[in-house]
Design a binder for this molecule. Structure first.
Ligand code: FES
Length: 119
């Protein structure tokens, strides 16, 4: 099991669960995922305070670099729950004033992940 914490909430989820889905379904935080979890929008980004993965998908790396967000945030649609992770989602339905966070992401990371080390 992985332990995920955000604010005052803490939940246990299955190892490997896509982080964006665990945030939405288990932590019950209305995180945004405008592109449906396809590494195209950055609205699913979170800021880690503990447990940031040392690997990332090439899709995440490319997008963070392109948006000047590398080192600032991570994309929860490109991360699997593992160990103990503590983070803050940046954009939520509440902060964006919307009821529509975007299409529900697939259970598996999309595009199919190619893993690389976090720079
Ligand atoms: S949901 Fe669009 S980049 Fe993660």
């Amino acid at each position: 099991m992985a332990t995920l914490s955000s604010g005052d909430e803490s939940v246990e989820v299955a190892d490997g669960k896509r982080l964006v889905l665990a945030i939405e379904q288990d932590l019950e935080i209305g995180i945004m995922h405008r592109c449906g979890g396809n590494a195209m929008c950055t609205t699913c980004r979170v800021v880690f305070t503990a447990g940031e993965p040392t690997t990332m998908t090439e899709a995440e790396l490319d997008l963070l670099e392109g948006r000047d967000l590398l080192g600032e945030a991570r994309l929860s649609c490109q991360i699997r729950a593992e160990g103990e992770m503590t983070f803050t989602p940046v954009l939520t339905k509440e902060s964006e004033g919307t009821d529509n966070p975007g299409d529900t992401p697939d259970p598996d990371i999309q595009p199919p992940p190619v893993w690389t080390e976090r720079p």
